[in-house]
Design a protein around this ligand. Structure first.
Ligand SMILES: [Zn+2]
Length: 392
């Protein structure tokens, strides 16, 4: 969706703030036309920096320069290059944007020649509002995390992460329930095992304030497949994990299996989304149909690739924790995997037709071990997501 970076044909550089002899951030310059915009931040010493898109009080780019003081003159900014205003707030430069933009690249340039400053060059490119909003949502979580880490690091801070900050919504879906027991062998019943496991996973993740963990059912009730997906979508889940236990014709077959949406399943997504009235979280506004459809495709692809990514992190963790099925990553068109906007996997925790799997999955210890593996994969997955967004 990123347009190719065109040359900066717009306005020429406008130096806003004069150089001052003391440390540290002393000037900011912007250039461009709001489609391609370049920001140059100069400081006396190298900057440890991070960038965040934010939409809490209008479109903004927040550039954190790591506690550096502002030593330039008072910021007196006139709207230009797609930037409507600039503020310096607690070691962060806040660029208020005219429209949705994302960072195409950010580079550090060391001092050279007569330019004795370290420079941070940030190239912004105009993007669709939908894309901007998704990025801003993720960035806001990273920003909240940075803020709470700093608060924790400072001695006089309350030792709690601020409530109300955006957190990753993880939806755990214990399969079956109530009148639908799922499979049962060797005294082990799927609906019970998956609920117990889900509650253990909830407890494991709940200890981490980064996660908002929700269960599609927390007792022995039956829930329609459609409603499981609806819950995940209504909660704006960042990840959906459906827990099941399997059965096989031969008692020797054992081990965990991980399923993501198959190609056949992907072909079902559109039809299902229409049938279920699942509206995609993209700004349609006055955009022509082709654009809406391209954005929809983009969203589905991203969702699918995130599901695959999570599955590829989950498998090695499961392998360390217990037996897994050979060629364990399989593709299926299970209904619960069909949401076009929620990365989802289905985990078959093992085979109840296998005596040792049935025993393992019925035991507290076996469930705890399996869910600890899932929790580790979730943590790595969201760390990677945060890093990816930071590089974006
Ligand atoms: Zn099942």
């Amino acid at each position: 969706m990123l347009r190719g970076l065109r040359a900066f044909l717009g306005m020429v550089v406008l130096i806003i703030l004069p150089f001052l002899a003391v440390a540290d951030v002393h000037s900011v310059a912007v250039q461009g036309d709001g489609i391609n915009t370049r920001i140059v931040i100069s400081a006396d010493t190298e900057m440890v920096h991070d960038e965040f898109l934010n939409n809490e009080r209008g479109a903004a780019l927040i550039v954190d320069v790591g506690h550096k003081p502002w030593t330039g003159e008072t910021i007196n900014f006139s709207p230009q290059a797609g930037i409507r205003n600039l503020e310096w707030i607690d070691g962060q430069l806040v660029f208020w944007l005219d429209g949705p933009m994302m960072i195409a690249r950010a580079s550090d340039l060391p001092p050279y020649g007569r330019r004795a400053s370290h420079r941070l060059v940030i190239d912004l490119v105009s993007v669709s509002n939908a894309r901007y909003l998704r990025a801003a949502k993720r960035d806001t979580r990273r920003l909240n995390r940075l803020t709470s880490e700093r608060r924790l690091a400072s001695a006089d801070s309350p030792r709690r992460v601020e409530a109300g900050g955006q957190r990753f919504v993880v939806v755990i879906d214990p399969g079956h329930g109530g009148a639908d027991p799922g499979t049962s062998h060797h005294g082990a019943v799927e609906r019970t095992i998956v609920l117990e496991a889900a509650q253990k996973l909830e407890a494991l993740l709940g200890a981490n304030s980064l996660y908002d963990v929700r269960l599609t059912r927390s007792d022995d009730t039956f829930i329609e497949l459609e409603d499981r997906v609806k819950l995940a979508r209504d909660w704006e889940a960042d990840l959906f994990i459906s827990l099941h236990a399997d059965a096989a014709g031969t008692p020797e077959v054992r081990g965990a299996g991980v399923y993501t949406l198959s190609a056949k399943g992907q072909a079902r997504v559109d039809r299902t989304a229409r049938g279920q009235n699942w509206e995609l979280p993209i700004e349609t506004g006055e955009a022509p149909d082709e654009v809406v459809s391209i954005l929809g495709e983009f969203l589905k692809r991203e969702t699918h690739s995130n599901s695959e990514k999570f599955a590829s992190l989950l498998i090695p963790e499961l392998e360390r924790a217990g037996p897994i099925l050979r060629n364990t990553h399989r593709n299926e068109n299970f209904f619960v995997l069909l949401a076009p906007d929620v990365p989802a996997v289905l985990l078959e925790m093992g085979f109840l037709t296998n005596r040792s799997d049935a025993r393992r999955l019925s035991s507290d210890e076996g469930q705890r071990k399996a869910m600890a593996a899932v929790a580790r994969a979730i943590e790595v997955y969201f760390e990677q997501q945060a890093v990816l967004m930071a590089q974006n």
